[in-house]
Design a binder for this molecule. Structure first.
Ligand code: NAP
Length: 309
C-alpha cells in the first residue's frame, strides 16, 4: 500500500510530491495522459518567480519532476480509470491494476474548453486546435490568415505566438475589451499583425465538406450582422474546465465541477486532499497551484502523523 498517491503532474502535483518526498513518505505520482500538465504546452513562462529571463513551460515541469524524484518521489505514467474512496485504504484502478493508498492528493488540473459550434469537433486536428505552441508551426498555418478565439491571457499569448507563422492573426472576442492582464493586452494591441474583431462570436467553423478549416462564420453580437472570414486555422483559447469527472459522486464539487475543499486542502473525504486548478476558479496560476500543492502535502503529512500515532 502507498502512503501517498498524487493524481496529476502539473505544478500542484510536483510540488505536493516534493514536499511529501522530503517528509519521507515516498509519494507515487500518477502523471496522467499529459505528463507535466497544461504548462508543458506553454512557450515561455514569464511569471514564475526565480526565472528573470522566463522559462520554457516544458523545462519548468521537467525540473519540478527531477527535484521531487531527487527526494524519493516515484513516477508512474499511469492513467487513473476509477477511484473508490468509500473506505481506507482507498483503491485506484490505474491502467487495469489496483493501487491502494492511505492518502490521495488530487491535482488533476483543468482542460481546454470547447466553444461548441458546428465544425469544431469534426475539424479538430484539421485546422481547429487548442494549443498554438503545439501546432502553430505546422506547414498548413504558414503565411495563412489565422483566427484566435477568446479575450483572456491565453488568447493573447496564442495570438502573439502565432504572429511568427500566420500572415495575419484575427483575435475574435465576444466583448469589446480584453480580460487579459494589462501587459498582455498592450502587447496584443501594439502588434501590427494582430487584428481584433470585437463583440463577435464564431458560430460555425468551415468547411466540414472539404475536411479542413477554410474559414469561420462570425456573428456581431451587437448588430446581429453575420459574415464569413477566411482562415486556415482556428485556435480556441476560451479558458478551462476542471478535470474532476473521475471523482463524480464521491468528491464534492461546486456547480462548475471545481472541487470545494472542506478544511484546508482536505475534501469531504478524510484522507483525500486537493490542490491546483481542479479546485481553483479564481487564480489559476502556476505559482498558486504550486503553493496549493505545498499546502496539500503539509496537510497530508499531518493527517498521516495523527492517524498513525
Ligand atoms: P480566462 O481568463 O477565463 O479567459 C477566457 C476568455 O474566453 C475570456 O475573454 C472569455 O470572455 C472568453 N470566453 C469564455 N467562454 C467563451 C465562449 N463560450 N465563447 C467565446 N468566448 C468565451 O481564461 P485563460 O485566458 O485561459 O486564462 C486562465 C488563467 O490563466 C487566468 O488566470 C490567466 O491570467 C492565466 N494565464 C496567464 C498567462 C500569462 O500570464 N502569460 C497565460 C495564460 C493564462 P469574457 O472576457 O467575455 O468572459
Amino acid at each position: 500500500m502507498e502512503k501517498v498517491v498524487i493524481i496529476g503532474s502539473g505544478p500542484a502535483g510536483w510540488t505536493a510530491a516534493l514536499y511529501t518526498a522530503r517528509a519521507q513518505l515516498a509519494p507515487l505520482v500518477l502523471t496522467g495522459k499529459q505528463p507535466g500538465g497544461l504548462l508543458t504546452t506553454t512557450s515561455i513562462v514569464e511569471n514564475f518567480p526565480g526565472f528573470p529571463e522566463g522559462v520554457d513551460g516544458y523545462e519548468l515541469m521537467t525540473r519540478m519532476q527531477k527535484q521531487a524524484e531527487r527526494f524519493g518521489a516515484k513516477t508512474s505514467f499511469g492513467v487513473v480509470e476509477s477511484v473508490d474512496f468509500s473506505k481506507n485504504p482507498f483503491a485506484l484502478t490505474v491502467d487495469g491494476e489496483t493501487v491502494e493508498a492511505e492518502t490521495v492528493i488530487i491535482a488533476t488540473g483543468a482542460s481546454h474548453k470547447h466553444i461548441g459550434v458546428p465544425g469544431e469537433d469534426l475539424l479538430e486536428t484539421k485546422g481547429v486546435t487548442y494549443c498554438a505552441t503545439c501546432d502553430g508551426a505546422l506547414p498548413v498555418f504558414r503565411n495563412q490568415p489565422l483566427v484566435v478565439v477568446g479575450g483572456g491571457d491565453s488568447a493573447c499569448e496564442e495570438a502573439l505566438y502565432l504572429t511568427r507563422f500566420g500572415s495575419v492573426v484575427y483575435l475574435v472576442h465576444r466583448r469589446d475589451s480584453l480580460r487579459a492582464s494589462k501587459i498582455m493586452a498592450e502587447r496584443v494591441r501594439a502588434h501590427a499583425k494582430i487584428k481584433p474583431i470585437w463583440d463577435s462570436a464564431v458560430t460555425e467553423i468551415l468547411d466540414v465538406k472539404q475536411d479542413k478549416v477554410t474559414g469561420v462564420k462570425l456573428k456581431n453580437l451587437k448588430t446581429g450582422l453575420e459574415s464569413v472570414l477566411d482562415c486556415a486555422g482556428v485556435f480556441i483559447a476560451i479558458g478551462h474546465g476542471p478535470n474532476t469527472e473521475l471523482f463524480k459522486g464521491q468528491i464534492e464539487t461546486d456547480a462548475n465541477g471545481f472541487i470545494a475543499p472542506k478544511l484546508g486542502t482536505m475534501t469531504n473525504i478524510s484522507g483525500v486532499f486537493v490542490a491546483g486548478d481542479c479546485a481553483d476558479q479564481v487564480y489559476r496560476q502556476a505559482i498558486t497551484a504550486a503553493g496549493a500543492g505545498c499546502a496539500a502535502a503539509i496537510d497530508t503529512e499531518r493527517y498521516l502523523s495523527a492517524r498513525n500515532e
